[in-house]
Design a protein around this ligand. Structure first.
Ligand SMILES: *Cc1c(COP(=O)(O)O)cnc(C)c1O
Length: 396
């Protein structure tokens, strides 16, 4: 049987999805990146610096932990890939560390980024402080009010946080402002996108930087189980970067079943959801052709999830392709299911996960696992940032 091609082609497409749908003013910036990113990343100096920072700054390799009490509950061997133990508490830093080195090699002096809940803004401000580069973060005015601790973190690390005051004053408006900034500052500025979304080459570049997750996992599985071929690999999907990193080195191994958990919010058909693979239609979002939630006349639908990191109206183009080609199974998990899964992991393993990650954990309830099955779950982040939500939800 011919294995499908799940990787990006030379034109920047994954099957029917991807590409670079951008205003003409952005062509020079995107062209520069597209023409250089693979060569720069392959340079030995780049790799040495990246590996050193991943080890001594981020704290990699992140452990692969056999969760025994969780395994006993579900009757299988469940491993947690501990991205929650990274510096700043999630996988996002894997990408920002990679992109900041790239920006330096390109001679950029100024970094911009957009952020919704502030997690990507913090991961970007962190690496800018590390490198002494100017950092400007665009964030919706509404989100700035909702996410005060992350705004304070960014400011402590020297970033300027600029409120986006148009539209719904949330993530998509912040993204528009960041794009505008980049058009106006094409020479000295690099735009760090935080997930496997945006115009080519961003989805490929971000997945490359996150692929360290599955690269390490395979080695750790061999040490701990004698085989690098688990039965199931699970991850949650907002834009899709922790999932792409977790799936990356398993894509061509069709025996490994890959499962991606999206946020159903209050329910897939409730009108308050972010389950893009079920509700989405093909269209263009943030510079690439992908699946997105939109009205009949093409307006982007405001997504909803209790977890800010999954509250996104689309998925990256590679996910759209993996969905259409059926290589990855996409499932929908409600707010309630995710919250219960977070409580369960806390009680059984002493690990409080991010609510985003709770969506991947909740899928365990729905699987028919066998005693010998090996399951790997990407524990994308820790739950400290979500304590307020836990306190309100569980009345703690
Ligand atoms: C941002 C975030 C996500 C969602 O982003 P992806 O690009 O889909 O990985 C998931 N988990 C955590 C902890 C996050 O911070």
């Amino acid at each position: 049987m011919k294995i499908m091609d799940y990787r990006v082609n030379e034109k920047g497409y994954y099957g029917d999805f991807g590409g670079a749908y951008i205003p003409e003013m952005l062509y020079p910036n995107i062209e520069e990146l597209r023409n250089t990113y693979l060569d720069i990343i392959a340079q030995p100096e780049f790799q040495v610096e990246l590996q050193n920072l991943l080890k001594d700054y981020v704290g990699r390799p992140s452990p692969l932990f056999l969760a025994k009490r969780l395994s006993a509950k579900y009757g299988a061997n469940i491993f947690l890939k501990r991205e929650d133990l990274n510096h700043t508490g999630a996988h996002k830093i894997n990408n920002t560390v990679g992109q900041i080195i790239l920006a330096e090699k390109l001679g950029k002096k100024r970094i911009i980024a957009e952020t919704g809940a502030g997690q990507h803004g913090v991961a970007t401000a962190t690496v800018c402080a590390l490198k002494g580069l100017e950092c400007v973060i665009y964030m919706g005015e509404v989100d700035i009010k909702r996410q005060a601790p992350n705004v304070a973190r960014m400011k402590m690390m020297g970033a300027t946080v600029i409120p986006a005051t148009s539209g719904s004053k949330t993530l998509k408006d912040a993204t528009n402002e960041a794009m505008r900034d980049w058009i106006n500052n094409p020479v000295d500025t690099h735009y760090i996108i935080g997930s496997v979304v945006g115009p080519h080459p961003y989805p490929d570049m971000v997945s490359l930087f996150q692929s360290v997750i599955s690269e390490e996992t395979k080695k750790q599985l061999i040490e701990q189980t004698g085989s690098d071929q688990p039965d199931y690999v699970l991850a949650c999907v907002g834009g899709g970067s922790n999932a792409m990193g977790m799936f990356y080195h398993f894509l061509e191994d069709e025996k490994v079943r890959l499962i991606a958990a999206e946020a159903a919010g209050l329910g897939v058909n409730s009108g308050h959801s972010a389950a893009t693979s079920v509700l989405g239609k093909e269209g263009v979002l943030h510079g690439s052709r992908t699946l997105l939630m939109q009205t009949e006349d093409g307006q982007v639908v405001e997504p909803y999830s209790i977890s800010a990191g999954l509250d996104y109206p689309g998925i990256g183009p590679q996910h759209a392709h993996l969905h259409k080609s059926k290589r990855v199974e996409y499932v929908s998990i409600t707010d309630d299911e995710a919250m219960q899964a977070c409580m369960l992991l806390s009680k059984l393993e002493g690990i409080i996960p991010a609510i985003e990650t709770g969506h991947a954990l909740a899928q365990l309830e729905k699987m028919e696992l066998k005693k010998d099955d090996v399951v790997v779950i990407c524990l994308s982040g820790r739950g400290d940032k979500d304590l307020d939500t836990f306190m309100k939800y569980f009345n703690l």
